[in-house]
Design a protein around this ligand. Structure first.
Ligand code: CA
Length: 229
C-alpha cells in the first residue's frame, strides 16, 4: 500500500521512509505543504503521515483543504509535544489520529493500521466477505478458511478491491494503489500480480471485466464485519 509522508525534517523523513519501506509500504515523501496538496490530489494513498510545521503551507491548511475537497484519506498527524492546540485543531478539522514526537515506530505502524481499518468501516483487523478475508495486521489472506501470506503488492491490490466490493477498478486505479513514485511499473505488472494471486485465492476470486479492469467476485464482496460484534 502507498503512504504519503509529509515531513520537512530530512533526518526524520529519511529514517521514516526507510523504516516504512522495510515494512512493505511504498512511501512518497514530500517536504512542503504545497507538494503535499498536489500529491494528495493525485490520490491512491492508504494513509497520510502529516507533520504540521511545514514550509509553504502548514499541515493544518493542507488538511483543511483536503477535507474541504471531500478527500477522506486517513490522516495521522505527527506533532511536537508542545503542539496541543495544533493537535486539537487537527482533530477538529478531520485528522483521524495523532502521534507525539518522538514515538515508537511500532506504535506508528499500529496507528496507521487502525486509521485505515476505521476508514474501511471495520473495528477489527479483518475485512472482506464470506469467501475471502484479508487480515490487515498480519497481511494474511483467508480463502475458505485457508491461510496464506501475501507480498506487499499483492496485499495492496487485494485491499483496494475488497475496499470497494462490486466496483471495477481500472489498471490505472490499481497501479496508483500499489506503486509509489519512481517505481518501475511494466505494462503488464498488474496482470502478472493477479495471475500469481489467483493461484493463492482461486481462479474465480478476482474477475477480469474486459476492457475495464478487475473486481472481486460477488461471494467475496459481502462484508463480514457487520455480522460480527
Ligand atoms: Ca516540521
Amino acid at each position: 500500500m502507498r503512504v504519503l509522508l509529509v515531513e520537512d525534517d530530512d533526518m526524520i523523513g529519511q529514517s521514516l521512509k526507510q523504516a516504512l519501506g522495510g515494512n512493505g509500504w511504498s512511501v512518497d515523501w514530500v517536504k512542503d505543504g504545497l507538494l503535499a496538496q498536489s500529491a494528495l490530489s493525485d490520490g491512491g494513498y492508504a494513509c497520510v503521515l502529516l507533520d504540521l510545521g511545514l514550509p509553504k503551507r502548514d499541515g493544518i491548511e493542507v488538511l483543511r483543504k483536503a477535507r474541504g475537497l471531500g478527500d477522506h484519506t486517513p490522516v495521522l498527524v505527527l506533532t511536537a509535544r508542545d503542539g496541543l492546540d495544533d493537535r486539537i485543531t487537527g482533530l477538529d478539522i478531520g485528522a483521524d489520529d495523532y502521534l507525539i514526537k518522538p514515538y515508537e515506530f511500532r506504535e506508528l505502524l499500529a496507528r496507521m493500521r487502525a486509521v485505515i481499518r476505521r476508514r474501511d468501516g471495520s473495528a477489527h483487523s479483518v475485512i472482506g466477505g464470506a469467501d475471502v478475508q484479508l487480515d490487515i495486521t498480519t497481511r494474511e489472506v483467508l480463502v475458505h478458511g485457508e491461510r496464506s501470506q501475501l507480498s506487499a503488492r499483492e496485499f495492496a491490490l487485494l485491499h483496494a478491491l475488497l475496499e470497494r466490493p462490486g466496483a471495477i477498478l481500472s489498471r490505472d486505479q490499481l497501479e496508483s494503489r500499489i506503486y509509489g513514485w519512481g517505481e518501475e511499473v511494466s505494462s503488464n505488472a498488474v496482470d502478472v500480480l493477479i495471475h500469481g494471486m489467483r493461484r493463492k485465492l482461486g481462479v474465480d476470486t478476482i474477475r477480469n471485466v474486459r476492457g475495464l479492469g478487475w473486481r472481486i467476485a460477488a461471494g467475496a464482496a459481502v462484508a463480514v464485519a457487520a455480522a460480527q460484534p
